[in-house]
Design a protein around this ligand. Structure first.
Ligand SMILES: [Zn+2]
Length: 198
């Protein structure tokens, strides 16, 4: 007989819907919640809602922020380089290493026909506009070395026809996409300093 109350089962369901959480871990987390004080659980749920309600993409670079502009855009107005990444959390290793002093642009993915992601699903036109408006001198592609990243770079290249901006990409050999945020500082420094012209 199933002895788990429906509300507990529902909570297990929520946890197991998270990436990387299997059913067993989900059950352990749900039971752990029951052992917490009511105020702890309340704070947890408030933080869940706050993150969802207050965090939005920066209007200039699409990185997640809870202010009108993200801290990088605010602090580095007038910077002449843009580092293009797939998702907001990809910015973290750059900032952790401290090697890069320019701004970023979060594309929101890479072109992937198999997953139904075409150029129209990415923020490519906004990026091209920023490059023109801000007279950007260097565009650093940090999209990884997958075929999808390559076709995204190619599409961007086409859209930038006639625009004079130096284009580079990080040295190959560092994991991109879902793993970029876990890249250590030394690897990041090496990939950044070894970046090559396109
Ligand atoms: Zn920003």
């Amino acid at each position: 007989m199933n002895i788990e109350p429906a509300s507990l089962e529902a909570l297990i369901g929520e946890f197991s819907s998270l990436p990387g959480i299997g059913h067993k871990t989900a059950r352990r987390l749900a039971y752990h919640v029951l052992s917490k004080s009511e105020s702890d659980v309340e704070r947890f749920s408030t933080n869940l809602l706050n993150a969802k309600n207050k965090v939005h993409p920066c209007p200039r670079c699409y990185a997640f922020t809870d202010e009108d502009l993200c801290p990088v855009c605010k602090a580095r107005q007038g910077a002449k380089s843009i580092c293009v990444v797939e998702k907001s959390s990809d910015i973290i290793p750059f900032e952790r290493s401290g090697i890069y002093k320019g701004t970023y642009f979060v594309l929101g993915g890479v072109i992937s026909p198999l997953d139904g992601i075409g150029p129209e699903h990415l923020h490519l036109p906004d990026l091209v506009q920023r490059i023109k408006d801000e007279n950007i001198e260097e565009l650093i592609l940090a999209l990884g070395s997958s075929p999808e990243a390559d076709s995204t770079a190619l599409m961007l290249d086409r859209m930038l026809a006639g625009v004079s901006v130096k284009r580079t990409r990080l040295a190959r050999g560092i994991p991109m996409g879902s793993d970029l945020e876990f890249v250590d500082e030394v690897t990041m420094l090496r990939a950044f300093e070894g970046r090559v012209s396109l």
